[in-house]
Design a protein around this ligand. Structure first.
Ligand code: ADP
Ligand code: ZN
Ligand code: ZN
Length: 666
């Protein structure tokens, strides 16, 4: 009988352990190999994490079925990253590895064959770099600092106002990295932002191989992109947060654009922060990472202040003559807002129409009206499965729940009193669009929200059209706020900013500032100066004051002071334990038990369980408890022990998860 060894294999099962299999000594297999193994009645693909001698009784272990050699072995630094993520976010290693591999690499199906693309990356052609601009002094300074750091780990915050030429800085650095034969990884927060960055990369590097990775790719495309990256064939890897989980054998630079964006945080399964994972990744690869944004997250700003990250500033717009927009508040206490739009806003739109310029009306709420109600009895259309109102959608005359997706026809009459005069309350994009169409019958109005962008490619086409000057008045949500460059847009009006100020979430001011700076940044990107009008009942609020002055630093400092005195991140570290069950009491009972399950060290604070603000969602009642600690290691150590003890104490029907560094508490 040949000598045997034991392989410790990570499998995609919700158990925090590795599984042992035997392998014949003659068969080459080691950490990072994908293997097919028997598991229960079927076979599964797993990843070898460790190899050991068969010292223990191995008679009950099954042999590995086969070792897969169709893709590169997963490298040591990648395995290290998986171990780190699993341990930091308290998830089983098998599940972490599975989250990082495209579905095809975890399946028993053979990998799709690649039609070999005309490979023109030979002979240094890949490094050809095309650019139109010589860097301005601030850009040159940033490029110089980062390029001097190539070859070693270091984190930079590139704090550049909208239109300051951050992308140009990335491009020049990537050019340097490609010239040394290394790979560059660039992350964006949303799938919708990949096409435009890809276009700029392709223009700048006409011969480079660029792999694009995000979750909306179909299976074959995603597998090919992943393999291109993992084999080192792709010089540039561009994608959303999951791209940070790709093996990159020659990683030389990481860029995280819009690093403050909440979309970098995964909200299910392995709840990782793509930005934080990217910093960790750069550390493992020994290369610099650039976090770029006009409005840094307070965590990142705090890290700069503490000297852990190096701050590089681009304080001016890059296009000569282009200026930041003039920001003004429109006081809703003194200005009447007919149908949601105050007179100064309507006047400003009219002036743009007369000059042939574009206006954007920003309202972060899609649909026609957030509530449909009966004035006679006070009834309001609610979702049967969520503690939330149904949103009225006028284009197809439906009521929709924005939390669970449930929908129904608009009732003819009030279900409680029979009144046929049901009224929409409040405003969404569709209603504002309707109002504007009535006020400006000659205007071409374009609405951009998730409803209008539903069809694949529709959003990209619409945005391109706007960029070419199509549309006089744009009505849009967040979808419009990010990254796009609309040369003819000179006015941005913000309608319902106040709702965020009244939120109980301590991050809402930070988010609102970022959103408004972003959306304001869409205007006046060329010679015409832009104007931003914010309708508010709180024009004196420090957040608006800072926005008017374009004073991110002042805003950040005042927020940090508040966070420090209230004991919120980044001054403490947080985790949340969340539970859901058919009955709220079951979820609460689990959390109360959990809070007493093991001894809590003095360095960790466990707060009382509370129901979510939107308690019921999709038929489940939800509650959570928050943990805080001034010491990350202390919190981590507690979580490790706790998460091992938690599964046994959850009653049937209670689903729960841990969220480390949570950012959403709704
Ligand atoms: P950001 O990423 O900071 O929003 P971009 O890199 O997209 O900014 O640059 C904004 C605009 O300025 C683009 O049209 C870009 O071509 C232009 N630009 C960038 N750098 C320069 C420069 N050094 N000189 C002139 N124009 C520049
Ligand atoms: Zn009624
Ligand atoms: Zn619902």
């Amino acid at each position: 009988m040949p000598a045997m060894r034991v392989l410790r294999v990570a499998l995609d099962v919700p158990v925090a352990k590795l599984f042992d299999y035997l392998i014949d000594d003659a068969m080459p297999a080691g950490p990072g190999d994908r293997v097919v193994v028997p598991f229960g009645a079927r076979e599964r693909v797993g990843v070898v994490i460790d190899v050991g001698d068969a010292t223990v009784a191995t008679s009950r272990l099954k042999p590995v079925t086969r070792v897969l050699a169709d893709a590169p072995k997963l490298p040591a630094d990648w395995l290290e990253q998986m171990r780190f993520l699993a341990s930091y976010y308290q998830r089983p290693l098998g599940e972490t590895v599975a989250a990082a591999l495209p579905p095809r690499l975890r399946s028993l199906k053979p990998l799709p064959k690649r039609k070999q693309p005309a490979d023109n990356s030979e002979g240094g052609a890949a490094h050809r770099f095309v650019t139109g601009h010589a860097p301005n002094p601030a850009q040159a300074q940033a490029i110089g600092r980062i390029s001097a750091a190539l070859g070693a780990f270091r984190t930079f915050l590139l704090h550049g106002i909208t239109g300051s030429g951050k992308t140009e800085v990335y491009l020049r650095l990537i050019a340097e990295v490609l010239a040394t034969g290394r790979q560059a990884l660039a992350l964006v927060p949303e799938i919708g932002l990949t096409p435009q960055l890809e276009a700029r990369f392709r223009e700048a590097f006409p011969e480079a191989r660029i792999a694009v990775l995000h979750s909306a790719l179909e299976d074959t495309a995603r597998t090919h992109a992943w393999l291109d990256a993992a084999r080192g064939d792709a010089q540039i890897v561009l994608g959303t947060r999951l791209a940070v989980l790709t093996p990159l054998p020659r990683l030389g630079l990481v860029v995280v654009d819009e690093e403050h964006d909440a979309s970098f945080k995964q909200q299910e399964g392995l709840r990782y922060s793509g930005r934080d994972a990217a910093v960790q990744r750069a550390k493992l690869a020994g290369c610099p990472i650039v976090l770029g944004t006009a409005t840094p997250s307070l965590e990142t700003w705090f890290n700069c202040r503490a000297g852990r990250y190096e701050l590089l500033a681009l304080p001016e717009r890059a296009v000569p003559g282009a200026k930041l927009p003039i920001v003004r508040t429109v006081d809703l206490r003194t200005e009447s807002a007919e149908h949601g739009l105050a007179k100064p806003v309507l006047d400003a739109i009219r002036a743009r129409m007369a000059r042939g310029e574009q206006s954007l009306v920003f309202i972060n709420r899609r649909g026609y009206a957030p509530v449909l109600s009966c004035e006679a009895c006070g009834w309001a259309a609610g979702c049967a499965r969520c503690s939330a109102h149904l949103v009225l959608h006028s284009t197809d005359r439906r009521l929709r729940c924005h939390h669970c997706g449930a929908e129904q026809a608009i009732p003819r009459a009030c279900p409680t009193c029979g009144n046929v005069d049901l009224r929409p309350l409040g405003r969404g994009t569709q209603r504002i669009e309707e109002t504007l169409a009535g006020l400006f019958p000659e205007a071409r109005i374009v609405r951009i929200d998730r409803d209008s962008a539903r069809r694949r490619g529709a959003l990209a086409r619409t945005l391109e059209g706007i960029g070419r000057g199509e549309g006089d008045i744009l009505v849009g949500t967040q979808l419009l706020a990010k990254g796009h460059d609309f040369p003819n847009l000179t006015l941005v009006s913000v309608l319902n900013a106040d709702s965020a100020l009244l939120s109980t979430d301590y991050r809402s001011a930070e988010r609102l500032f970022a959103t408004l700076a972003q959306v304001g940044g869409r205007s006046g990107r060329r010679e015409q100066p832009g104007e931003v009008l914010v309708q508010t009942r709180y024009p004196g609020h420090p957040m608006f004051q800072a926005l008017v002055r374009h004073d991110y630093a002042g805003f950040a400092e005042s927020q940090l002071a508040e966070r420090e005195s209230a004991g919120f991140p980044p001054f403490v570290h947080e985790a949340a334990l969340r539970a859901e069950a058919a009955k709220l009491e079951s979820a609460m009972a689990f959390l109360r038990t959990a809070a007493r399950l093991i001894e809590v060290p003095a360095s960790v604070q466990v707060y009382d369980p509370v129901p979510h603000v939107i308690t019921r969602r999709a038929g489940m009642e939800r509650a959570q408890l928050v943990l805080q600690s001034a010491s990350r290691p202390a919190l981590q150590e507690f979580l490790r022990e706790w998460s091992a003890a938690l599964p046994a104490s959850a009653a049937r029907g209670v689903r729960w998860h841990l969220d480390v560094d949570p950012i959403e508490f709704d």
